[in-house]
Design a protein around this ligand. Structure first.
Ligand code: B3K
Ligand code: ZN
Length: 852
């Protein structure tokens, strides 16, 4: 198949200002009638072309006259004479056989839709592209007993009986929208109903729709929704625009959630939560995703993307907005640490590997493959850098201008940057390289204090990536402060150094005493900083950097330095790390969540990324040895800290309570690493007495890692206790697949045949295959059987659901970082996938690129 290219963009030949849709809903056979009012766009004589996929075309009329359909590679081609016409089609589709979960499908008795990016064409013939905006009127008819609730975008305008036990509802959405934001839902759903009063005094009816039994688990999502609505008014001046806002939760969903206009559809995982069945991290994720989808109402829906290459226009901006929301609702430093961890774990490897692409890609085979950490998370970093460069006031002027100028339009990343420039007067020409160049820049830094003067020497390089052998220097905003080597105090307060050249020298006037370099504070730029360090510098910063994020970073740099040295063959030196961890544990100034983050060693995947030909078994052994050294060396401190965390109020979701639970998990892990017997005792006790899922899951993970009877007993108890709760059973699969040991594969194979396992449910598949591939010490078995299992799962899942299957390819593509023996086996697994007949475009594209 031929790729789609960004440079090939052409405006649509025909527009569809209005569409009326009628759904005769039935899981086995749904009939969809569409009435499109089309208008010719510009001077041309080209026909109207409508995309369609897996549709049974029943009839076609143009201005009321029957037409013999003409189909050209799946598209319906309609020759039209005048400037406008009314085109009507009738198609049949089969929701219950739709295992791709794109278009209209059935999930646990609910009928629902997912259209982004190109699912609307699986519902009806339409110009399925984001720059065709239409006003929708939707009539739903369905069996009243099975589907008492009928929802669509916008406002309800009519409802009633339709005879033979059926009923109908009509919905109208006054805001023109691209078809990827279309949604309908039919089901037996209960509603958590609430209200929100907007800043201009309008009342909005809020509804969260779930199965009746799940209603008690919707309170946290509702609170997050109201917080988000208020936050967007306060922070961006954005008010909600319809009279109602509905969220529906479904169990089978390819992604986290979807921002359909006025009718968000969510994976149950990001709606249903309470402290007994969801961890604090799960609960935070619910709030973040609710906020994210809500924020899309402006950044995505009111102003949308011209074409899918512009995806980061809405996703980068909306991730940045949800990150800022979480920072405002919790602890900014701890939030930032989490964000950067995600970026390093998911996006840096992408940028360094065969799938690297700019946040605004130039070509794709399958757009579903480009909902990546690069487009989302690096995209958010790029918006954050603009805010840093402009300052908060000018940034806000920029977003105001952007929303005002482009309301109701489908626009490009360039339009966003232009609005920022026009509102602020800041020239962003060179900054635009962040949209076009892939790869994570490396910045080398050296603080030169020779000759009584102080100067910061910086240089940058951007590595070659597929299709981009040579790079230009980027704009890198670095927040920098100098810390007195003797005093431990800021001797030069934080300032913004903007690196633009390949090499740059930044003088620091009036700094004469020896200083330590605190750089990229708050992670002001998504780059790799390699700083030349003086003896004792990194140790000192890990204890006293005045920026919490930079302090955390110094600790990580220290741990990484000693781990990598030992992985490379040297002796494992543990004193410096043990001292730093001790200082963190003993500090009275640090909050418990920060402590938990600061005492955690860099993950194995991250260490592997830093190596050229990693032996994952050695990485694991060395990292475990360091954990043991901390556990042995600081047994008393860890025990004291662990005991202290038992005061966390199980009913509280305050930052303090969540932080204590986080620290409880981190200290338990280190104690168990040092003394398996003690670990088992503490974890078994914590498991049995747990009153929150945070505590119970952490204890279960420790037990599973230690193995033995206690582990089996706890796993059996856990399954029995939560058998009827699919989201918790996902955890049961994930915990077992995350045990960092070669034997994990044996268990994973058995779990793959467990009656509760199914390839058809993306959450369950992610719980097993995603967790396994995310655990290097298990996945990278020396005999390569981990890769074989993964390849088999991908091939099997691809037959049902290509989009989700393709998500498991990337870990096999990391072979370049792995020692030659395993790397050959990883390549062999990719080759085996590629030999499979009937492979989807999704898997074909990623497996092909991964092989390189
Ligand atoms: N916009 C959706 C993306 C769903 C796409 C699936 N291929 C989720 C989000 O970013 O909010
Ligand atoms: Zn989004």
């Amino acid at each position: 198949p031929a790729p789609t290219l960004r440079e090939d963009y052409r405006a649509p030949d025909w527009l569809v200002p209005d569409i009326a849709l009628g759904f005769d809903l039935d899981p086995a056979r749904t009939v969809v009638r569409a009435r499109l009012s089309v208008t010719r766009n510009g001077e041309h004589d080209r026909p109207l072309r409508l995309e369609g996929e897996e549709l049974e075309l029943l009839s076609l009329t143009v201005d009321g006259e029957r037409r013999e359909p003409v189909l050209e590679d799946g598209r319906l081609v309609v020759a039209l004479g005048g400037a406008e016409a009314v085109v009507e089609t009738e198609v049949a589709i089969c929701p219950e056989k739709n295992s791709q979960l794109m278009g209209l499908y059935a999930s646990g008795g609910i009928l629902c839709t997912q259209c982004e990016a190109e699912g609307f064409r699986r519902i009806t013939y339409f110009p399925d592209r984001p720059d065709v905006l239409s006003r929708y009127r939707v009539r739903l008819t369905a069996d009243k007993a099975r589907y008492p609730v009928l929802l669509a975008n916008g406002n309800p305008v009519e409802q009633g009986e339709a005879g033979e036990g059926r009923h109908f509802a009509v919905w109208e959405d006054p805001f023109p929208k691209p078809c990827y934001l279309f949604a309908v839902v039919a089901g037996d759903l209960a509603c958590n109903a609430d209200r929100f009063r907007t800043m201009s005094g309008r009342e909005v009816a809020l509804g969260i729709w779930v199965r009746e039994a799940d209603l008690p688990k919707t309170a946290l999502a509702m609170q997050a929704l109201k917080d988000s609505m208020a936050w967007d008014e306060r922070t961006y001046g954005r008010e909600y625009d319809l009279d109602r806002f509905n969220i529906v939760a479904v169990s089978d969903f390819n992604f986290g959630a979807m921002e359909n206009k006025g009718l968000n559809i969510f994976n149950t995982r990001y709606v249903l939560a309470d402290p007994e069945t969801a961890t604090d991290a799960d609960i935070d994720a619910v709030a973040a995703v609710v906020a994210h989808e809500y924020f899309h109402n402006w950044s995505g829906n009111r102003v949308t993307c011209r074409d899918w290459f512009q995806l980061s226009l809405k996703e980068g901006l909306t991730v940045f907005r949800d990150q800022s929301f979480s920072e405002d609702m919790g602890s900014p430093a701890v939030q930032r640490i989490d964000q950067v961890r995600t970026l390093r774990a998911a996006q840096f490897p992408e940028d360094a590997g065969p799938l690297a692409h700019p946040i605004r890609p130039d070509s794709y085979l399958e757009i579903a493959n480009f909902y990546t950490a690069t487009v989302y998370n690096k995209g958010a970093e790029v918006i954050r850098m603009m805010r840093t460069l402009l300052g908060p006031e000018r940034y806000r002027k920029g977003t105001d201008l952007y929303f005002q100028r482009h309301d109701g339009q489908a626009v490009t990343c360039e339009d966003f940057v232009k609005a920022m420039e026009d509102a602020s007067g800041v020239d962003l020409s060179q900054f635009r390289l962040w949209y076009s160049q892939a790869g994570t820049p490396t910045v080398r830094a050296r603080l030169d204090q020779s000759g009584g003067r102080t100067a910061l020497h910086l240089d940058q390089s951007v590595p070659p990536t597929p299709g981009q052998p040579a790079k230009q220097p980027m704009v890198v905003p670095l927040k920098v402060a100098l810390i007195g080597a003797a005093s431990g105090r800021e001797i030069s307060p934080e300032r913004l150094v903007v690196l633009r050249e390949e090499r740059q020298v930044e003088p620091f006037a009036n700094v004469t005493e020896p200083a330590f370099l605190s750089i990229n504070r708050q992670f002001s730029a998504p780059v790799i900083v390699v700083a030349e360090r003086k003896a004792g510098e990194i140790e000192a910063l890990a204890e006293s950097d005045t920026d919490a994020f930079a302090r955390y970073e110094a600790g990580q740099e220290l741990m990484q330095r000693d781990l990598l040295a030992a992985i490379g063959g040297g002796e494992l030196r543990t004193e410096a790390v043990v001292t730093a961890v001790a200082a963190t544990l003993r500090s009275n100034a640090l909050d418990p969540a920060f402590k938990a983050d600061a005492i955690a060693l860099p993950g194995e995947s991250l260490l592997i990324e830093k190596l050229d030909a990693a032996d994952p078994a050695r990485v694991h052994t060395v990292r475990e040895a360091m954990r043991r050294a901390i556990g042995v060396g600081l047994k008393d401190d860890l025990s004291r800290a662990y005991m202290g965390t038992s005061r966390a109020d199980p009913s509280s979701l305050s930052g303090e309570a969540k932080g204590l639970r986080r620290l409880r998990g981190a200290t338990l892990g280190l104690l168990a690493a040092a003394d398996a017997g003690l670990g088992r005792t503490l974890a078994a006790r914590q498991y049995a007495s747990a009153r929150t899922m945070t505590e119970r899951q952490a204890a279960l993970m420790v037990l599973a890692m230690l193995g033995g009877e206690e582990a089996e007993a706890a796993l059996a108890d856990f399954y029995g206790r939560y058998e009827s709760d699919p989201l918790v059973i996902d955890k049961w699969f994930a915990v077992q697949a995350s045990v960092p040991a070669e034997e994990t594969l044996d268990r994973v194979e058995v779990l793959g045949r467990h009656p509760a396992f199914t390839l058809a449910n993306p959450n369950r598949l992610r719980a097993l295959a995603g967790s396994f591939a995310g655990t290097p010490a298990a996945f990278h078995r020396a005999d390569g059987r981990g890769y074989d299992w993964q390849a088999e799962i991908i091939v099997a899942a691809d037959k049902l659901n290509p989009q989700t299957a393709a998500r498991f390819v990337a870990p096999l593509g990391r072979w370049r970082k792995i020692e030659p023996g395993r790397a050959a086996k990883m390549r062999a697994a990719l080759e085996r996938i590629l030999r499979e007949p009937g492979l989807s475009k999704d898997v074909l594209e990623l497996a092909g690129k991964s092989l390189g």
